[in-house]
Design a binder for this molecule. Structure first.
Ligand code: SG4
Ligand code: ZN
Length: 225
């Protein structure tokens, strides 16, 4: 390994599969993420039961994004499978597309079950009214890559959810190396609104940290009724 992965240039998405032997899925995987969501199949999916606590533990600029880590205790029940909320991080622009269209940003709430499977709740972010939690994140995010620091206790992750928890579901991967195909993607159909100024502030640090959309390879995208 010489070159580290990035979103542009020599370590960019087209090269991820060659940068390290553990990254093969990035190049040859058939269930990669993100995707452009076009045709969907309306299905009786379980309701998303998000039992999140009201604050994050730490905040970090990890060189690829801004991420908030959570302490034990926040969970997602997907049917009868229990997942723990680990962290939320952000992409600009959105990684998923809806009918060929990007959103200004996308938040990923990463959850893991006891078997090591991941469920990522994706929230599309449109520009509009300010979101108090996201504004706090932008005000307190470390400008340079570095260690995690204590997060502002007023950052409530629940405030970054739309009212309606309808969602798209499809089997996919991590959107960064090693692109492991272990993710149940749960992309909420309704975006949240955030201030354009907050998107612009995030863009000062990360102007572009979205992987391009991948082939769906005939995967079905289910849409909750
Ligand atoms: C971001 O780079 C996160 O900071 C990573 O989290 C995350 O990797 C990666 O995105 C991929 O996650 O929801 N976009 S994604 O598919 O969660 C993992 C850490 O590096 C393994 C902890
Ligand atoms: Zn992500």
């Amino acid at each position: 390994e010489g070159t580290h992965w990035s979103y542009e240039g020599a370590g960019g998405p087209g090269k991820w599969g060659d940068l390290d032997a553990t990254n093969k899925a990035c190049a040859v995987g058939l269930q990669q993420s993100p995707i452009d969501i076009e045709a969907t199949v309306k299905s009786q999916l379980p309701a998303l039961k998000l039992n999140w606590g009201k604050s994050a533990d730490t905040i970090v600029n990890n060189g690829h994004t801004i991420q908030l880590n959570f302490a034990e205790g926040s969970t997602l029940m997907l049917g009868d499978v229990k997942y723990k909320l680990l962290q939320v991080h952000f992409h600009r622009p959105s990684e998923h597309m809806i009918g060929g269209k990007n959103f200004p940003m996308e938040a990923h709430f990463v959850h893991r079950n006891d078997a090591g499977g991941l469920a990522v709740v994706g929230v599309l972010m449109a520009e509009g009214k300010p979101n108090a939690a996201f504004s706090k994140i932008v005000k307190t995010m470390p400008a340079a890559e570095g260690p995690a620091v204590k997060a502002d206790a007023a950052i409530d992750p629940r405030a970054m959810l739309p009212h309606k928890l309808s969602y798209f579901r499809y089997p996919g991967s991590l959107t960064t190396p090693p692109c492991s195909e272990v993710v149940e993607w749960l992309l909420l159909t309704d975006p949240i609104q955030v201030a354009a100024a907050d998107v612009a502030a995030f863009a000062q640090l990360y102007p572009m940290n979205a992987r391009p959309v991948q082939k769906d390879n005939r995967r079905y995208v289910l849409r909750s009724i």
